[in-house]
Design a protein around this ligand. Structure first.
Ligand SMILES: Cc1cc2nc3c(=O)[nH]c(=O)nc-3n(C[C@H](O)[C@H](O)[C@H](O)COP(=O)(O)OP(=O)(O)OC[C@H]3O[C@@H](n4cnc5c(N)ncnc54)[C@H](O)[C@@H]3O)c2cc1C
Length: 461
């Protein structure tokens, strides 16, 4: 008889926890999972999926405008926020039920409660104060919006969590933040008809992305009427008769109906009993893990946003899967966090993978850049003032593609496939040898012949 009530206890039913639980159960482990809010976690309930539905909704306004040039007469259009939110909520409820059913079918026991560690093998379920002794524990508690401290009127500010449940579309919204969530929501609200101001403390949006992507997207957003204010922060918010009066660091006042902060997410480590279990954090406040997602306590593991490696759903899923393979499948599986393709569902969309031009110049002795911006065929008749950017970063000594950066329609779909090319170490010559698909925008990726820049690192003196 085992001394333990279960082989694996998973805290958190999001992307990482759900995948780990199902795969571990598939290997024959007895698995329990606790979820305090809704099964599916951030991605399904208040992240990627509802966001993408809002993105789709926001893009219809552009399609209506473009249709005229193609001979269509679009009658008077109107948008109903309440219908969108109700339909979105119905789809999220369906997905939540599907996730729950899949877990149960896999043999996982779900506890709908907050769970905290009491010691290194004991988990306490708060709903009924039950204690469960687990042989292995996986912490997959995700992340939470960081709202900053000491800002007067912060109680009037919403995060992305609340943005999905507003009762009406704000006529004027100010979003603080420059990361992908801030940028995506700015484009969503602008597409739906709100007057949008984006405020960011840095010198340009999308820190960490290639500079050409940052400049290109910013100018495209500005063309669509989004006011982008950089090098300033929100210092205070005051409720006034006709909305919220926002005071910026240079004393500029902006009156809006809603203020949203998307200023980064923090690992969800508070009050989950990490000290009692002896689990250590790293300098950034995330749970410290090795390549196998193992913490300093050998039978306790952590995956996903709570480890703050790369906060994306496919990464959390891969980490959860690899953990289950390693511990219950007897196949030690580290996760490769290099060359992760990613998209920003802005308008237009961004798709990126690998090194930026600046990173490549720091790492490599010789770097070749291939870059183009162009008006896509569709815009010729629609008349829409928008350009697409495509950029390849190539190791000048080996000819290998080390980075790709796209801003334009379907960039997210394109970068998924370029991701395979980067993983198999394709060279620029492989791209050149690939026949183009015509007429498409992506054909530019295999027809860029001329280098637009070459950087050669000078040998150290
Ligand atoms: C607005 C937004 C948009 C996003 N868009 C994208 C995107 O387009 N693409 C992409 O790849 N990623 C996107 N992400 C990121 C993605 O959602 C996360 O990286 C992913 O969900 C992380 O999975 P996880 O398993 O680590 O945590 P989560 O999915 O956050 O799951 C953690 C779960 O643990 C539960 N929990 C926490 N503490 C306890 C406890 N003590 N007891 C019981 N349960 C607990 C929480 O309720 C939650 O359900 C987005 C995130 C946000 C916020």
């Amino acid at each position: 008889m085992s001394d333990f009530d279960t082989d694996l206890f998973v805290i958190g039913g999001g992307s990482g926890g759900v995948r780990a639980a199902r795969i571990a159960a598939g290997y024959g482990a007895r698995v329990m999972l606790a979820e305090e809010f809704r099964v599916g976690g951030t991605c399904v309930i208040r992240g990627c999926v509802p966001k993408k539905l809002l993105v789709y909704a926001s893009r219809f306004s552009h399609s209506f405008e473009e249709a005229e040039g193609y001979g269509w007469t679009v009658g008077e259009t109107s948008f109903d926020w309440a219908t969108l939110i109700a339909n979105k909520d119905r789809e999220i409820a369906r997905l939540e039920a599907a996730y729950t059913a899949n877990l149960t079918r896999s043999g996982v026991t779900i506890a709908k409660t907050r769970a905290v560690l009491e010691d290194a093998h004991t988990v306490r379920l708060l709903s009924d104060d039950r204690r469960v002794r687990a042989k292995h524990i996986l912490i997959a508690t995700g992340g939470w919006p960081g709202m900053g401290t000491g800002i007067a009127g912060i109680e009037h500010v919403i995060s992305s969590n609340e943005a999905f449940h507003l009762t009406e579309l704000p006529k004027r919204i100010l979003i603080q933040g420059g990361g992908y969530i801030a940028v995506e929501f700015a484009c969503i609200f602008a597409g739906l008809g709100s007057e949008v101001t984006l405020v960011y403390r840095g010198d340009n949006i999308l820190r960490g992305f290639d500079d050409d992507v940052r400049n290109h997207l910013r100018s495209e957003m500005e063309k669509r009427g989004i006011k982008v204010i950089t090098k300033k922060i929100v210092e205070g918010i005051e409720k006034v008769d006709h909305g919220l009066d926002v005071c910026l660091s240079d004393r500029e006042q902006i009156v809006v109906d809603k203020v949203m902060f998307a200023t980064g997410r923090r690992p969800n480590v508070k009050d989950i009993g990490l000290e009692a279990a002896g689990v250590k954090l790293d300098q950034r406040g995330a749970i410290a893990v090795n390549d196998y997602s193992q913490t300093n306590v050998p039978h306790i593991y952590a995956v996903g946003d709570v480890t703050d490696r790369i906060a994306l759903t496919p990464v959390a899923i891969r980490e959860g899967h690899a953990f289950a393979d390693s511990v219950f499948g007897k196949k030690p599986t580290p996760v490769d966090h290099t060359n992760v393709p990613t998209a920003v569902f802005s308008e237009p969309e961004c798709g990126v993978i690998g090194l930026t031009e600046a990173q490549a110049c720091e790492k490599l002795a010789k770097v070749d850049i291939y870059k183009t911006t162009f008006r896509s065929l569709k815009t010729t008749l629609s008349g829409r003032d928008t350009r697409t950017l495509m950029k390849l970063v190539v190791d000048g000594l080996t000819d290998r593609l080390v980075g790709a950066h796209i801003v334009g329609p379907n960039a997210g779909e394109m970068i998924q496939l370029i991701g395979i090319a980067v993983k198999v170490k394709a060279t620029k010559a492989d791209f050149d040898a690939t026949m183009a698909v015509h007429p498409t925008a992506s054909e530019e990726l295999v027809t860029m012949r001329e280098k637009t820049a070459t950087h050669v690192r000078q040998a150290a003196e």
